[in-house]
Design a protein. Structure first.
Ligand code: PLP
Length: 398
């Protein structure tokens, strides 16, 4: 009798689970060593405008500047409503005097396109949109215009590789949503006039507070331009036409959560302990390598982003690949991926690794610095087992 080889060799169930199953792309895993005890110095039940509270807020700002290694003349504020609040405060306050070019290649960047083309009217704005997995041609930017873009497209796994396309002598402002790239990859601060991010991503902090960073040119714009549209109080950074400096010294526009501030301080202390920005970037690269090595040796999986030069090392987006999937509809692929995700969740191996709701079917795995490379290597073994298990079930049902 001739034995029929199985289509997939059965993968043995791994014996070890990752030390943490948290691979979500946001909120991301808390930093190693995190515990509620880290928050015991939080200024709770006291006014954030009192000396204690203000000192803590100022410390968060100073530590942010030091950790990011920002130019001395850049200023930092803690804003409401996470990264979204920080981006929209910038768009509402700064745009108008020049035409605007907005680049997008995934869900969040498209939100900023909507803001610029549909909400902030009248505004002379153009959009450059690439499909999931690709970067638009950034060289189409006209730098006599203001240019708005995300550095890392979290839902597509596509990242801007460098700032060489941005001229030093630009006339317009560059407004960059860096929520899943600041502190994960080196960034050319002098090429960026506005930078935003939220603590809930790379630092594994809490949501609802956003960091807004302004270059001197952005401040000059704030002080010289009066927007044509109403600017809600929560976005207002000027007082009688001048920069409200107090906001950049820790006097937040409205009441912050001092628990979240303490949590961010804890995350930044951990970041310093692993070597600051360079240490965080090195951890991210090591994490990405754990996944990339597996992808290189696994025929059924591939990166959504085909161009390695613009592949994100933080929000890694993967799709089903190979001849078995060529003729399978996106709907069926999504259902299969959901099965794998559910199985891994049930086994306590990985949470929240499904692709983003608007993105092509697949998996999205956070490789930022708070995750451990050893855990990612273990996860890949489980992915192999889950794939073989779900394929076998699928075949049995066919
Ligand atoms: C690129 C990008 N921009 C903006 C956001 C929104 O961030 P938040 O919910 O912190 O406002 C996200 C969240 O995942 C993101 O990835």
């Amino acid at each position: 009798m001739v034995a029929v080889a199985p289509a997939m060799p059965p993968a043995a169930k791994p014996a070890v689970v990752p030390s943490s199953p948290n691979f979500s792309c946001g909120p991301c895993k808390k930093h190693p060593g995190w515990s509620p005890d880290n928050l015991k110095n939080a200024v709770l039940g006291r006014s954030h405008r009192g000396k204690l509270g203000k000192d803590r807020l100022k410390r968060a700002i100073d530590e942010t500047k030091a950790l990011l290694e920002l130019p001395d003349d850049y200023i930092v504020a803690i804003m409401a409503a996470s990264d979204t609040g920080a981006v929209e405060a910038a768009l509402w306050s700064l745009l108008g005097p020049r035409p605007v070019d907005v680049f997008a290649w995934e869900s969040f960047g498209k939100d900023w396109v909507t803001d610029c083309l549909k909400q902030l009217t009248p505004l002379d704005a153009r959009s450059f949109i690439a499909p999931f997995g690709q970067l638009p041609d950034l060289h189409q930017a006209d730098f006599t215009h203001d240019v708005v873009f995300t550095w890392n497209g979290t839902t597509a796994g596509v990242i801007v590789p460098d700032g060489d396309w941005i001229p030093d002598n630009r006339q317009g402002l560059t407004i960059c949503d860096a929520t899943s790239s600041a502190l994960a990859v080196p960034m050319p601060w002098r090429k960026l006039d506005v930078i935003t991010y939220s603590w809930q991503k790379v630092l594994g902090g809490e949501a609802q507070h956003g960091i807004l960073i302004l270059s001197p040119r952005a401040v000059e714009r704030l002080e010289s331009h009066k927007p044509a549209w109403p600017v809600p109080k929560i976005f207002r950074m000027t007082k009688e036409g001048k920069l409200n400096k107090a906001i950049f010294e820790g006097e937040t526009i409205n009441t912050p959560s001092m628990l979240c501030v303490e949590d961010a301080l804890s995350a930044m202390a951990w970041a310093r302990s692993v070597g600051g920005a360079a240490g965080l970037a090195a951890r991210t690269q090591a994490n990405f390598k754990a996944l990339a090595d597996w992808v290189a040796n696994t025929p059924w999986i591939d990166f959504l982003c085909q161009d390695a030069a613009v592949r994100s090392p933080t929000s890694v987006c993967l799709t089903l690949a190979g001849p078995d999937w060529t003729h399978v509809s996106a709907e069926d692929q999504a259902a299969f991926c959901k099965k794998i995700v559910a199985l891994l969740e049930k086994e306590g191996v990985a949470y929240d690794i499904n692709s983003y709701r608007d993105a092509p079917p697949g998996f999205r795995i956070w490789c930022g610095s708070t995750v451990e490379a050893a855990d990612l290597a273990i996860l890949t073994q489980w992915m192999g087992w889950a794939y073989a298990t779900c394929r076998a079930e699928m075949k049995a049902a066919a």
